[in-house]
Design a protein around this ligand. Structure first.
Ligand code: UT7
Length: 333
């Protein structure tokens, strides 16, 4: 059975940098509160008319394709993770074909797994490669979410945390033994869905929108931050240990942990729980905030650019978020 190797990484961040101080002009918050609770110093805001989830995904993808030494026509399939697709339908994976000329009508699949989206996408792509269905797959995570939250007092609990951005990897079938994605582990607890969710425009109501929804704030996402935090700190280490046990590996075998960037306090707690020194844990949330499905590929891309990902390293990826959905991946680089 072939293994899936990551042969190229790419990222794209919109130009506009919004600092914590910028947000204090729009709501009752402070740089100190945001930094102490989350570790975030600044985030990027997309530019309307320039950046879309699919165009940002395409920019990250083109970087990954070039670094892989490939051309768009070498890609056999697209797996695209996002909670903030350009349109309600069709998905942003399909819209990628408006930005990149793949020369063929390759299939495109959108993944709805929120913060765990990139792990789920990677796992799906890995199975297609293992079965031999596809040889080269583009796996993308991209989000425009700064327009989902309200830059106001009632929206401040979430709007200070999230940012926009995109990351992508090219996965390719490899016959090299012991290299590539070793395993992925996926979990969901749908009973906790309403702890972190955005109801509208969902299909439960006869009338998807009405003017009072704006007044009542029903169009805003809801997060039970403390409950999400407690569960994240529990399930991140658990799902990483599950993947390690599957491969007869130990915590000390991890060369680098690239966790979903939800909160610097969560990242520190997970690193401590797994006895990993700080230099083995990637954290870039101070620059970009929480970019949901894009956070892992952006962090992985930066770590690779900084020379922190080397041939033969054991890289652990993990995420937890809305659903609740969580997962991990172990990669021998
Ligand atoms: O990506 C995966 C999904 N998301 C997560 O993993 C997020 C997990 N949760 C968290 O990261 C944290 O729970 C938060 C960062 C969201 C919040 O931190 P916290 O330490 O749990 O704060 P809190 O919810 O206890 O809020 C404390 C106070 C409240 O005021 P009172 O009731 O104590 O007077 C909030 O109203 O802070 C207030 N608050 C704010 N103050 C200033 C909430 N948002 C803000 C804000 N600025 N932006």
């Amino acid at each position: 059975m072939p293994a899936s190797k990551i042969i190229g990484v790419g990222m794209y961040l919109p130009e506009e940098v919004v600092t914590n101080d910028d947000l204090t002009k729009l709501m009752d918050t402070s740089d100190q509160w945001i930094q102490e609770r989350t570790g975030i110093k600044e985030r990027r805001f997309f530019k309307e008319g320039v950046d879309t989830v699919s165009s940002m995904g395409a920019k990250a993808s083109l970087m990954a394709i070039e670094r892989a030494g490939k051309k768009p026509e070498d890609i056999d399939f697209i797996v695209f993770a996002t909670l903030s697709a350009d349109y309600c339908f069709p998905g942003s994976g399909a819209l990628m074909q408006q930005h990149i000329d793949f020369k063929r009508n390759i299939g495109a699949l959108d993944i709805r797994a929120q913060c765990a989206g990139f792990i789920y996408a990677l796992s799906v792509a890995d199975q297609y490669i293992k079965t031999g269905m596809y040889k080269t797959i583009l796996v993308v995570g991209s989000e425009v979410q700064t327009n989902v939250f309200e830059l106001s007092n009632r929206g401040r609990d979430m709007s200070v945390i999230f940012g926009d951005g995109a990351g992508a990897v090219v996965l390719e079938a490899s016959e090299e033994t012991g290299k590539g994605i070793l395993t992925t582990k996926l979990h969901t607890d749908g009973r906790s869905a309403e702890e972190l969710y955005l109801e509208h425009p969902g299909s439960r109501r006869k009338q998807r929108f009405n003017p009072t929804m704006i007044e009542t704030g029903e169009l805003l996402p809801h997060m039970n931050g403390k409950h999400v935090f407690i569960n994240a700190v529990k399930y991140f280490p658990e799902v990483i240990r599950e993947a390690l046990a599957d491969q007869n590996l130990k915590e000390e075998d991890i060369s680098l942990l690239v966790p979903h960037q939800a909160n610097a306090r969560i990242t520190v707690a997970v690193g401590k729980e797994l006895n990993l020194p700080d230099e083995k844990v990637v954290s870039n949330i101070h620059k970009y905030g929480n970019t949901t499905a894009a956070s892992i590929p952006i962090a992985l891309c930066e770590a690779w650019q900084d020379g922190r990902v080397k041939e033969g390293d054991l890289i652990a990826l993990a995420a937890f978020g809305s659903g609740f959905m969580w997962g991990s991946a172990l990669i021998r680089w």
